[in-house]
Design a protein around this ligand. Structure first.
Ligand code: NIG
Ligand code: FE
Length: 405
């Protein structure tokens, strides 16, 4: 099946730049981009093969499909009570040490059966996807024991089957210390390494492995043990690093050639240098930055200077980032972190694809890549980062097919 998309302006994001083609056309064959260029240069059917269908995009702006490369979309309950507590002056770490925070969601997630976990996750996913998200990463990490971690990852896989989105799963069993292992964090890491991770990987539920390297979670040495096992299992790595303090997570991620180090507010120049050398992306999460009223800005200039790939994600989770809009994150990244709208769009397209290890096939409108795209009724790409919330009229496509939600 070959389709011609025409009468659009293509924001290709090739090389992480807008790289706009005005009055563009694309030939989409079997779900991939077979040709892209100015409509005036379109080769004849002798060269392109028969065109089965033509789609007039009505002068819209066509971008790559948006990629949310860091979410904790599957969870039980919600934490508005903790939100009130924090507004009353109690900080995130104190709440965590008192058994709330992540562990509050762990209790609710363990109690939830598959159907209720699925229903609440699907409702959130639908809101996110309406903005043109075609690829979604979803982490476990609120089960912290085999059956519940499995259930979370199964829900994530099921979302990928039932909704028009491609889902990448990440095992975040090293997210917090479960109460049954209190004072025995090394033993929990042993359990993750010897039992939990190998079992879930063998079941095909894990596309990548993540951890929370932080004073209220796990040390770099403990994360190193998890990374060594993950590497032996052939799984790519990610890490929640330098979110609340500087522990050396970014350097560990770089040492292991991780796909990404995420949050990274407390990262420094040396971290940026190491990440650039290793090809480890920085995933910026302005939703968590805002919610925790963080004041330490991620080292954006150092990332730029050393050439670190900067991705941007919702971090959708019930505690630090109850965010249901990736475009809102584009706005916050510009307003709070001083990214340019172009960097923000790269952050949710090509650079997000890098953070998931799928940049060979996704993230930009280039020949050979998946025809995952969004046709927007806007006056230019900066508008995607400009609006503070709300919906923009958009027609999303996955593998060349228009999707409806
Ligand atoms: O990405 N930093 C650790 N994990 C999540 C928060 C999880 C939670 O508070 O429930 C994050 O911010
Ligand atoms: Fe997170």
């Amino acid at each position: 099946m070959t389709t011609l998309w025409h009468h659009c302006h293509a924001v290709t994001m090739a090389g992480g730049r807008y790289a706009i083609i005005d009055n563009a056309a694309l030939i989409v064959r079997d779900g991939r981009i077979a040709w892209i260029g100015a409509e005036a240069d379109l080769p004849g059917e002798d060269d392109t093969g028969t065109i089965d269908e033509r789609r007039d995009l009505g002068g819209r702006w066509l971008t790559p499909g948006l990629i949310d490369c860091h979410t904790h979309l599957v969870f039980g309950g919600e934490r508005s009570g903790e939100f009130e507590q924090r507004l009353g002056g109690v900080d995130y770490q104190t709440i965590a040490r008192q058994g709330g925070g992540i562990l509050g969601t762990v209790r609710a997630t363990r109690e939830a059966d598959f159907d209720s976990l699925y229903a609440s996750a699907e409702a959130r996913a639908r809101v996110l996807l309406r903005e043109g998200i075609t690829t979604l990463e979803i982490k476990s990490g609120y089960g912290l024991e085999l059956d519940s971690e499995r259930r979370m990852l199964q829900v994530a896989r099921e979302l990928g089957r039932r909704l028009p989105v491609s889902v990448h799963t990440t095992c975040l069993a090293a997210h917090a210390l479960p109460p049954e292992y209190a004072e025995r964090s090394d033993d929990y890491i042993t359990h993750v390494c010897d039992t939990l991770l190998p079992a879930l990987a063998a079941e095909g539920l894990v596309d990548a492995v993540d951890g929370f390297c932080e004073g209220i979670a796990f040390s770099p040495d403990q994360m190193r043990r998890v990374f060594e096992i993950a590497r032996r299992l052939g799984l790519p790595l990610k890490l929640h690093a330098e979110q609340l303090s500087h522990l050396g997570g970014c350097r560990l991620a770089a040492e292991f050639g991780a796909l990404s180090a995420d949050h990274v507010e407390y990262a420094g120049d040396d971290d940026a240098r190491a990440m650039a050398a290793a090809g480890t992306a920085a995933v910026l999460l302005p939703g968590a930055f805002l919610t925790l009223r963080e004041t330490q800005l991620p080292p954006i200039d150092a990332f730029r200077q050393h050439g670190v790939t900067m991705a941007l994600a919702s971090d959708l989770n019930p505690g630090t980032s109850p965010v249901l809009s990736l475009r809102l994150m584009m706005n916050l990244a510009c307003t709070l972190f001083r990214l340019t709208p172009e960097e923000a769009l790269a952050g949710v397209t090509l650079n997000a694809a890098c953070a998931l290890g799928i940049d060979e096939t996704h993230g930009s409108l280039e020949v050979g890549k998946a025809a995952d795209a969004v046709a927007w009724s806007i006056s230019g790409p900066a508008e995607l980062a400009y609006w503070l919330g709300g919906e923009l009229p958009a027609i999303p496509f996955i593998a060349g097919k228009e999707i409806t939600l």
